[in-house]
Design a protein around this ligand. Structure first.
Ligand SMILES: [Zn+2]
Length: 297
């Protein structure tokens, strides 16, 4: 086993032997019942263990991490998860925030390891923070067929139609961040998509110029958006053949598994950044479940 001191990077190899880093007792971690060995570094005279560099350092109740993630990506609200697991709601919030930060990094790492996509689809999913007068837009990019989520962004947008006037009156001017979010997303996923890939989306006048800018050699296909199959099913289309089915199906999966995105729900997003975290948590789980279903890694 190769040992590295997290403080001074001294390495113990088989040739350097025990002169550099030696064992310094053991301790018992009650939250997951593991025995961990402490080590002592002769260079900086500090002690450390495997937990010193772990992102879960100082976590109590780490045995609940998986259950919290499973519940929050299975359509359960944070309060309900607290009730089911008999934990304090604050514990759930902390685990949610920590877990989603880690999930975002893991999602990027996961996607980087896989071969570049040849066919992708993207579109916006609409939801809101606190009230329908404050809508949010989630831009999502997925791989065609496999439905793997490559990336997403949450942006604020002004209310449309009948709600526009009352939104303006009550909450004032609402910034439209959609274009910036879309460009950020394209910039992020650029490396995951083949330069000559096929990119598909529905007909939005703003999309074409951004696609051309970030994917100059790609083939861009515009499809017509259809009507929802039944009331409240915006993403699942009525038409028999949905040209951006992979994308719409993924949006529907998000709506079915993230309780703040349910339609006609009692539970709503209160802060856009927390919605982003929740999608991150689900996106990683989504890609994992798809890979398991296909028998992959
Ligand atoms: Zn050291």
């Amino acid at each position: 086993m190769k040992l590295i001191c997290p403080y001074c990077q001294t390495t113990r190899t088989s040739s350097s032997g025990y002169r550099t880093i030696r064992r310094w007792g053991k301790y018992y971690r009650s939250s997951d019942g593991q025995h961990l060995t402490r080590y002592w570094c002769s260079n900086c005279r500090k002690t450390f263990s495997a937990a010193s560099t772990s992102p879960l350092k100082f976590q109590k109740k780490r045995q609940f991490n998986k259950s919290v993630c499973d519940l929050l990506t299975g359509g359960v609200s944070q309060r309900e998860a607290a009730r089911i697991l008999k934990l304090n709601p604050k514990t759930i919030v902390r685990k949610f925030r920590k877990g989603s930060d880690l999930a975002l990094d893991k999602l990027k790492e996961w996607n980087r390891k896989l071969p570049k996509c040849q066919e992708v689809e993207f579109d916006d999913l609409e939801t809101f923070e606190h009230t329908k007068l404050k809508p949010l837009s989630v831009t999502l990019m997925v791989e065609f067929k496999s439905r793997r989520i490559l990336g997403f962004r949450v942006a604020s947008m002004p209310a449309k139609g009948l709600l526009a006037a009352s939104s303006r009156k009550k909450y004032g001017y609402r910034v439209d961040d959609r274009a910036k979010a879309r460009r950020d997303l394209f910039n992020e996923v650029k490396g995951l998509i083949s330069s000559t890939a096929v990119i598909r989306s529905d007909s939005n006048p703003h999309y074409r110029s951004d696609v051309k800018r970030y994917f100059p050699k790609a083939r861009y296909e515009v499809v017509l958006g259809g009507r929802g199959a039944i009331t409240g099913q915006g993403e699942l289309k009525k038409q028999v053949w949905d040209p951006i089915f992979s994308l719409n199906h993924t949006c529907a999966m998000l709506r079915a598994h993230i309780n703040r995105l349910f339609r006609k729900t009692w539970c709503t997003t209160k802060k856009p950044d927390q919605l982003e975290k929740h999608i991150a948590l689900y996106a990683l789980e989504h890609n994992r479940r798809l890979a398991t279903a296909r028998g992959g890694s």
